[in-house]
Design a protein around this ligand. Structure first.
Ligand code: HEM
Length: 142
């Protein structure tokens, strides 16, 4: 008899649990690594945005990209010392993680060199490598 009401009640109950769950998720503190990654993504997006339009012959624009590349490098070096939650306690995976982070660090150096050379095509190619490194890093360690 009360089947209809019961179903509605169950749906409402489920909705409340889902909304509460989302709220809790938002309130959960981020890991140190997630906070650093949040900084890395700002640098990465800034670099992408600059290179989409920038003429690297404009020294001010070139300087902006170099500043972002150096900031990304500093943040990557901080990330290098932090252990991703997924691989906690796995020393072999941590070595592999640091190797992957080192690739990202190398790419920031290559990016700076391309910008110094005012070579926007080479600079964009380095950003593509960064994207691959990010995807591989996330696939294995996130
Ligand atoms: C340009 C390169 C990269 C960008 C833009 C990037 C961006 C991000 C973002 C936006 C997050 C989510 C942060 C959050 O939850 O608020 C994240 C998380 C994460 N990233 Fe990256 N990432 C990059 C490279 C890498 C690389 C190379 C690795 C591994 C070698 C890596 C490993 C991780 C891990 C493990 C997490 C999860 C953090 C945790 O444990 O809480 N990322 N990244």
């Amino acid at each position: 008899m009360n089947k209809g009401k019961g179903t509605v009640g169950a749906i409402k109950g489920l909705a409340i649990v889902v909304v509460a769950g989302l709220g809790l998720g938002a309130a959960l503190p981020k890991t140190q690594l997630a906070l650093i990654m949040g900084k890395i993504v700002l640098d990465y997006k800034g670099i992408q945005a600059q290179l989409a339009t920038a003429q690297l012959s404009d020294p001010a624009k070139a300087d902006q990209v170099i500043t972002l590349a150096r900031d990304l490098k500093e943040n990557a070096l901080k990330a290098r010392d932090l252990v991703p939650t997924k691989i906690t306690g796995n020393a072999t995976e941590f070595v592999a993680y640091q190797v992957k982070i080192d690739e990202l660090v190398k790419e920031t150096v290559d990016l700076e060199a391309a910008v110094q050379a005012k070579d926007v095509v080479a600079a964009r190619a380095v950003v593509d490598r960064m994207t691959t490194t990010r995807n591989e890093g996330h696939e294995r360690f996130k």
